[in-house]
Design a protein around this ligand. Structure first.
Ligand code: C2E
Ligand code: CA
Ligand code: CA
Length: 511
């Protein structure tokens, strides 16, 4: 795994240089010896010949040395150095990386012919815009430089490292085909990059996601490979922050599927193809339904039901989540009148929706227009929001509470919550993620983990609700841990409100 910068040609020039310089020096010495005997006519001709040979050897040596030292310079003089390196971090630029990879993987090179595999890895700092917004551009630049330094130290001796975009980095590395080694390397890269950065007397929390593609010899298209690392990153991010994923061709198919969804979403909104289903939330002590979570459904005229896991992220990426989210809130408010007045309606709000400065005023307007008691609406926001701009999130939460709606932190236990910060936020419920519930009774430490989160909720004086409860055993274990609010298939699947001839039958739910 050695990136030797000396090409074979320059190696040849080096040998010629040594030989000709040595030969030149020897000839000079010989000529000097002849000059001491210049008085004799026989030696004069010989010394002239010696001088000529010495001059020729010196010329050849100088020429070779010139070519040799030129070849040592990377990038070569014919290229613009400024475009090959990134001035901010002094890593390679995207173009520099491309050239370096093409050079390393040129047909003449032996690289990539061994038993190992060369991986191109792209790493992106998550929510970097929030770092810039919250701490200023200078601090953002410091974070970029620190991360660049970390990557250069960790992987720079094995392969080229570049900054390829705003907060995107990439590097190439050769690894064995052992997946454990790959896993260990990626864990250390992510752990190293995601260490907090001290800048401007502040500690900045950093998160990152990585995507990998195996580099193969022949017809290497660096741009295409980088695009694939990006697709892998998108997949890694969809399963939470701080993850990495290897590219698979399926991801390209998913990318075209996402493009299709993107083109269909505006039409779906206009044609009223969305609907809400409601899943009961029960108090397992009293056996009563205390609330419903509103879940979005899209029935495409040709493709049928498209689950939210497939279109919410596209709507977020393409800026359509604001419109869809407003539709969801309005419909949930309208439906709240048809459900038992004592129950709350939980509405999922994506972190991207909260980025809109109009979110709270839109919510207020909808509550007023639909004559909805704000106390019945609970806004569910995923735990990931807690990594974003702290002050802005706190302000939004306070404004939502001020309107009279409550807030629940969704999918709790999967992300990176800063507990100190969590304690400062005005929310009233933690929703224990279903992955933790699923492990109950299966993994030894799952019970202890759930008890810790339940105790945390009690300490913060907020309610705790377990999601994805499917079995009686889980119910028993949750109750033993002190959690009584539950939601999941064990109690009921999400159900559609019955509409008949546009007249809604109150409180009636059908499977
Ligand atoms: P979520 O907010 O965690 O919603 C719970 C998901 O778990 C729902 O999937 C629900 O059907 C499913 N579920 C409920 N009980 C069980 C169970 O016992 N076992 C299992 N395996 N699953 C259970 P769904 O409806 O497909 O929604 C998926 C995600 O899509 C939601 O996860 C939420 O993040 C998002 N989503 C749904 N509706 C909306 C919406 O209106 N707005 C936004 N922004 N996101 C939404
Ligand atoms: Ca939810
Ligand atoms: Ca959830």
């Amino acid at each position: 795994m050695n990136f030797n910068s000396v090409t074979r040609r320059s190696e040849l020039f080096r040998l010629i240089t040594i030989f000709t310089s040595g030969f030149g020096a020897a000839s000079l010495a010989f000529w000097a010896l002849m000059l001491t005997r210049i008085g004799s006519a026989e030696t004069f001709g010989l010394s002239l010949l010696g001088g000529a040979i010495a001059a020729l050897a010196a010329f050849a040596g100088a020429g070779c040395a010139h070519v040799y030292f030129l070849s040592l310079q990377r990038p070569s003089r014919s290229q613009e150095p400024s475009t090959l390196t990134d001035p901010m971090t002094e890593l390679l630029s995207k173009k520099g990386l491309e050239q370096e990879l093409l050079r390393l993987f040129s047909p003449k090179k032996r690289i990539g012919r061994g038993t190992g595999r060369w991986m191109l890895v792209s790493v992106e700092i998550d929510a970097f815009r929030d770092i810039n917004d919250a701490h200023g551009l200078e601090t953002g630049d410091t974070v970029l430089r620190v991360v660049a330094g970390r990557l250069a130290r960790l992987v720079g001796k094995y392969g080229p490292v570049a900054r390829i975009g705003g907060s995107e980095f990439a590097f190439a590395i050769e690894l064995s085909r052992d997946d454990h080694e790959l896993s260990a390397v990626m864990s250390s890269v992510i752990d190293e990059v995601a260490k907090p950065v001290n800048a401007d007397r502040k500690t900045i929390t950093v998160f990152c996601t990585a995507g990998l593609v195996e580099l193969t010899r022949g017809n290497l298209s660096v741009a295409k490979t980088l695009r694939r690392t990006k697709l892998a990153r998108a997949t890694a991010r969809s399963s939470g922050l701080g993850n990495w994923a290897i590219y698979h061709p399926e991801m390209t198919r998913s990318a075209s599927y996402r493009k299709w969804i993107e083109s269909e979403l505006p039409r779906a909104l206009a044609n009223d193809e969305f609907d809400l289903v409601y899943q009961p939330q029960v108090n397992n002590l009293s056996g009563k339904t205390v609330g419903y979570e509103a879940l979005l459904r899209w029935t495409h005229p040709q493709k049928g039901v498209i689950p939210p896991s497939e279109f919410i992220c596209v709507a977020e990426m393409r800026g359509l989540i604001g419109q869809i989210g407003k539709w969801v809130i309005r419909r949930a408010c309208e439906d709240s009148r048809l459900l038992d007045p004592g129950v709350t309606i939980a509405v999922n709000v994506s972190p991207k929706q909260l980025e809109s400065p109009f979110f709270v005023s839109d919510l207020a307007k909808i509550l007023e227009q639909t004559h909805t008691d704000p106390g019945r609406i609970e806004i569910e926001i995923t735990e990931n929001i807690l990594i974003c701009n702290h002050d802005e999130v706190r302000e939004q939460f306070e404004q939502i509470r001020h309107l009279g709606c409550s807030i629940a932190i969704d999918d709790f236990g999967t992300g990176y919550s800063n507990l100190g910060y969590l304690a400062e936020l005005p929310f009233s419920k933690l929703k224990l993620d279903r992955s933790l519930v699923a492990r109950l009774g299966e993994k030894e430490n799952a019970g202890a983990l759930v008890s810790t989160i339940v105790n945390l909720a009690h300490a913060l004086d907020v309610a705790i609700l377990a999601e994805g409860v499917e079995t009686e055993d889980q119910v028993i274990l949750l109750r033993a841990a002190g959690c009584t609010l539950m939601q999941g298939y064990y109690f009921g699947k999400p159900l559609q409100l019955m509409h008949s001839d546009r007249t809604v039958v109150p409180l009636a739910l059908k499977a």
